[in-house]
Ligand binder design. Structure first.
Ligand code: GLC
Length: 754
């Protein structure tokens, strides 16, 4: 860089910093002056959030919650509303508050924009399988663009709860079992949602949730007790939240579960000591739905008044649907049980986010009905969600058959393809369970997608998956007995050159409140698979599921298996593109697939234990009836081509930046993308470290025969760890290194960190 350009660069940097500082000063002055004008009741109002499942473009309801809510809206006793759909409804509520309340402080509208608003991307666990941070960021920007166009300012996402238990229904909502990957993906999602300017029409405030430990619910049962050691808390659970705070996430949602015996909403250690004091989080904390009130059921608060006192003092700034603050907080301040300073801090945090969203400049900036029409489901949005959907698909098996051929990719001249399975003809299930802002059955089914490639497709359902009424709130009822469609499906399968079987879970079998005690194919699907296999072994199994499944029989018998999660609006097109080879699958598992639910929790970055290896007695860490090995490991995923890793080089001359280089070659006949993964093992440490830990990854394309050198840098950030007291340390010693296309294989080496 020349001297002139260096001077210019620094001048610009100084100018921009000064401008940012001036903006900050102006915002703080505005907020302080507004705060001075507010009564205690109006301050408490900002800390109160209501659900908006009521139609505000109709007449004001005569009684019930809605009437009370309208009255409080008009009195300025509500700071936020969630679940309001569309600009007309948002504008109606905003006008009510801005024009009728004394100070006219605008509402902030929150919504669960988890993987899209109207146009849906894959469920987050599926997107995580893409390991493509750019595609994930773009997907979140699509979601933000549509949500903002529909009047929404704030999403309750990304969920960054690490989980190792596929029984827990909400694994679909996160990025899987690994802290390093989960943090990187969480940051990409926040950047996609928030961008660099919250007041822009295509950005919304994000939420790091659920703080903390929710993914460690005992037995995978949602809302269940969480009891983890502090080394796990600091090294596994906290880092994704800390990364999001360091990347300016605007809000954090606390969690339903207890941690060390204290519920998240009333947990001062989490919300004040760690989040606000140690990490300097300057946004605001929102409770989870009714999580304040649930502290009574937990046995932590005796009544709603104590809920308000404990929550406010512990650092929960806004109350979602417990009505604790709006009912009791003002009196608690008057009684001296909660200080005005606590209330002022919470209110300022909330007002800052509203200010950054531009709501004080123009409360109706997100209420443009024309923009809503232009931005929803346009070609750009559809292209983005199709792209990330294709990249999320994981090829689990593609065996070479007798005669040297593989079933995948299918050839367009394939004579006779039979498709079997209720999910193949389902435009609803692929949307997943978090799709409140979208329309039921607005997805592209597998049959829809396949028809673009081949006219010679015939279909048989084989069996219903769901027999109960599918209602987005209630559990779906699974068909456990009706096999009346088997005969027709088996007859059809006999005539096929290839049978594509689309099996798995209904979209409402995972998600919040949807834990399962088994991980096999639900209902009669396993029997259907085996019945078809008896007459035709050329089966491509397409899995649609919201969690890892235990499918050992399929792994042993079925020559081709594709993991397609729930891929959102463009599901069927993405699956068809992969089946016919228009896109070479590149996904890698973000979560371990077990052989049996009995192995759960099972994860790759486990500790060694004192008896890790088989001995000729039973006295080592194992099961008598199943291997310790997973069915498919974290980071695993095949391609239509193949990749070779060679030439590992480690340069540990600079302990502050250890370089690890490897050469990756495409040794097959298809171009394809690979995710090179770097794992380390700290062999001896003052806190036992996992047998391997992901500390770097890179996704890239290679043409047949092409090679690429991939270089990773290991710094203290990657080599260090937290002690049980929460102190981050690094220690000298020997480290193992492995670089490969999965957590269970690669080229290995060793270095010594001085
Ligand atoms: C739910 C979820 C939370 C969601 C909130 C609002 O219970 O736990 O993730 O954002 O309520 O819908």
């Amino acid at each position: 860089m020349t001297r002139v350009s260096l001077v210019f660069f620094f001048a610009m940097a100084t100018f921009m910093a000064a401008a940012q500082n001036a903006k900050q000063v102006k915002m703080e002055a505005f907020i302080d002056s507004l705060l001075q004008k507010m009564t205690l009741e109006e301050k408490v109002g900002q800390m109160n959030q209501y659900n908006g499942f009521w139609d505000v473009t109709g007449p004001v309801p005569a009684n019930g919650d809605a009437k009370m809510k309208y009255e409080n809206l008009r009195k300025g006793l509500v700071g936020s509303v969630l679940n309001v759909k569309g600009t007309a409804n948002v504008r109606k509520l905003q006008e009510m508050v801005v024009k009728e309340s004394r100070l006219g402080i605008p509402l902030i509208f929150g919504f669960d924009v988890i993987h899209g608003q109207k146009t849906l991307a894959p469920i987050p666990l599926g997107e995580a399988a893409s390991w493509d941070l750019q595609a994930i960021e773009r997907s979140s920007r699509v979601a933000a663009t549509e949500a903002a166009a529909m009047g929404i300012n704030w999403t309750f996402a990304p969920m960054v709860d690490i989980s190792r238990d596929a029984r827990w229904g909400r694994v679909m909502e996160g990025a899987g079992e690994d802290t390093y990957l989960g943090a990187k993906i969480g940051v990409a999602r926040v950047k996609g949602f928030q961008g660099n300017d919250l007041s822009a029409p295509n950005t919304i405030a994000a939420t790091a949730k659920h703080f903390a430990g929710y993914g460690f619910a005992e037995a995978g049962r949602d809302y269940n007790t969480v009891d983890v050691g502090t080394a796990t808390l600091y090294n596994v659970i906290f880092p994704p939240f800390k990364a999001l705070v360091e990347n300016d996430v605007k809000t954090v949602m606390n969690s339903f579960n207890i941690l060390n015996g204290v519920p998240g909403t009333g947990n001062k250690f989490l919300q004040r000591d760690i989040l606000k004091d140690k990490w300097h989080f300057n946004g605001f904390v929102i409770s989870d739905w009714g999580s304040g009130m649930e502290m009574i059921a937990h046995g932590f608060a005796k009544d709603l008044e104590q809920v308000a006192e404990l929550s406010a003092n512990a650092g929960s700034d806004m109350d979602m649907e417990s009505y604790a603050y709006v009912t009791h907080l003002a009196q608690l301040v008057q009684k001296g049980k909660v200080s005005m300073a606590v209330v002022d801090d919470a209110v300022k945090r909330i007002l800052r986010v509203k200010y950054e969203l531009g709501l004080f400049d123009d409360p109706y900036r997100y209420c443009d009905a024309q923009r809503e029409k232009d931005m929803i489901g346009n070609a750009d949005q559809m292209a983005a969600v199709l792209d990330v959907a294709k990249k999320s698909i994981v090829l689990l098996r593609n065996e070479t058959l007798a005669g040297g051929k593989k079933l995948l990719p299918l050839s367009k001249t394939q004579q006779k393809i039979v498709v079997i399975g209720a999910l193949a003809n389902d435009r609803n299930s692929p949307l997943g369970s978090w799709r409140i802002g979208s329309d039921d059955s607005s997805g592209v089914s597998v049959l829809d997608g396949l028809k673009k490639y081949s006219g010679a497709i015939t279909y048989a359902k084989g069996a219903d998956l769901v027999i109960g009424k599918t209602d987005f709130i209630n559990e779906v009822k699974i068909n456990e007995t009706d096999k009346s469609g088997f005969k027709q499906a088996v007859q059809l399968a006999k005539t096929a050159e290839v049978v594509i079987m689309v099996l798995g879970e209904h979209g409402f079998q995972s998600g919040e409140g949807r834990s399962r005690s088994k991980l096999d194919l639900p209902g009669v699907q396993q029997e259907l698979l085996e019945a078809v296999y008896k007459v035709n072994k050329n089966i491509v199994l397409v899995l649609m599921n919201g969690r890892p499944l235990a499918i050992p029989w399929a792994d042993e018998h079925i020559p081709a298996i594709l993991e397609t999660w729930q891929l959102g609006t463009q599901s069927g097109n993405a699956i068809a593109d992969v089946l016919f080879g228009a896109y070479n699958p590149s996904g890698k598992l973000p979560m371990t697939f077990p052989r049996s639910v009995g192995q759960v929790p099972i994860y790759y970055n486990h500790m060694s234990t004192g008896r890790p290896n088989p001995i000729d007695l039973v006295f080592w860490s194992h099961y008598g009836d199943v291997s310790n090995k997973p069915l498919y490991p974290f980071g695993y995923g095949l391609s239509y081509t193949s990749f070779r890793y060679s030439g590992l080089k480690i340069d540990d001359s600079n302990p502050a930046a250890i370089k690890v280089a490897v050469t990756v070659t495409n040794t097959g006949k298809y171009a394809g993308e690979e995710v090179a993964q770097l794992y380390i093992r700290d062999k001896v440490a003052s806190v036992v470290r996992p047998v391997k830990e992901l500390k770097g990854f890179s996704k890239f394309s290679l043409n047949p025969g092409e090679s690429k050198e991939v270089v990773f840098t290991l710094t203290d950030q990657e080599l260090g760890f937290y002690t049980a007291e929460g102190v981050f340390i690094t220690e000298p010693g020997e480290f193992g290194v492995m670089v490969g296309g999965s957590s269970d294989s690669g080229v290995t080496g060793v270095f010594v960190r001085k």
